[in-house]
Design a binder for this molecule. Structure first.
Ligand code: TMP
Length: 236
């Protein structure tokens, strides 16, 4: 599968066209940003880890009946995926208070939430991905009612599947961000699921195994990403 044109370059990935108009190649970079691009850096081999971790989890979700954009991994940094129209809504799923929820609501990090929280953000870098609710989404026509209902059902299902799976490798799924796309009239899971887009805490020690190590300058960033890959696939 040959890369033709660079269609899009984001903060962490590049997207290329291929001959088949229904498919694209995603290439994962080592670039890392936080706080809407204010903090910048690189995390050695992050692109390799995120590609492999995300593909591993997408395959797991596919087997559990969640439709995703995943087609096949091409090499360490590149994956063939279905070409979707991204729904400009980021879905955040939270099981345990952390990050912006803790800050906004004054709930200490690590507090178990009595029920799962879903948040929506309008995917717009210029505006800093502001939080929106269902009414904003319909008023701005970011998604239809049917689409949002599918998106929320799928988000809860992904949470259940991933939380159960990660428990077995001693990882607590604190929260994560999902993106969805339209493909031939269907909503499918797109983007990535990786230490960039999730909070993973070691079940026993509470050690952070995710991008918070970069955001908060905690050190051992590369090691934490590698550790997640190792726990999921056995690969070092
Ligand atoms: P938050 O606590 O900063 O709102 O983040 C919630 C979750 O969403 C966390 O797992 C990190 C992820 N996330 C992204 O993937 N991209 C983003 O731009 C932000 C702000 C958070």
């Amino acid at each position: 599968m040959k890369k033709l044109l660079l269609l899009y370059e984001g903060k962490a990935k590049r997207v290329y066209s291929v001959e088949d108009p229904d498919l694209v190649i995603v290439e994962y970079k080592d670039d890392a940003t936080a706080f809407n691009g204010l903090k910048r850096g690189t995390i050695a081999d992050k692109g390799i880890v995120n590609n492999k971790v995300s593909n591993h989890l997408f395959q797991l979700l596919e087997r559990a009946g969640v439709p995703t954009h995943y087609v096949r991994q091409l090499n360490e940094r590149e994956t063939l995926v279905r070409k979707v129209e991204i729904v400009p809504v980021e879905v955040i799923v939270r099981n345990i208070a952390a990050g912006s929820l803790s800050k906004r609501l004054g709930i200490p990090e690590g507090t178990k939430l009595k029920s799962t929280v879903l948040e929506y953000c309008y995917k717009n870098d210029r505006l800093g991905d502001p939080m929106v609710n269902e009414y904003h989404i319909y008023a701005m026509e970011l998604a239809t009612r049917d689409e949002l209902s599918r998106i929320s059902d799928m988000s809860f299902k992904v949470n259940q599947i991933l939380s159960d799976y990660l428990k077995d490798v001693n990882i607590e799924l604190i929260d994560f961000k999902l993106e969805f796309g339209r493909f031939k009239g269907e909503i499918i899971l797109a983007d990535e699921i990786s230490p960039d887009t999730c909070r993973f805490w070691d079940s026993a020690t509470g050690e952070k195994l995710d991008k918070d190590r970069f955001r908060r300058d905690l050190g051992y960033v590369e090691e934490a990403y590698r550790e997640v890959l190792k726990r999921l696939t056995g690969e070092n």
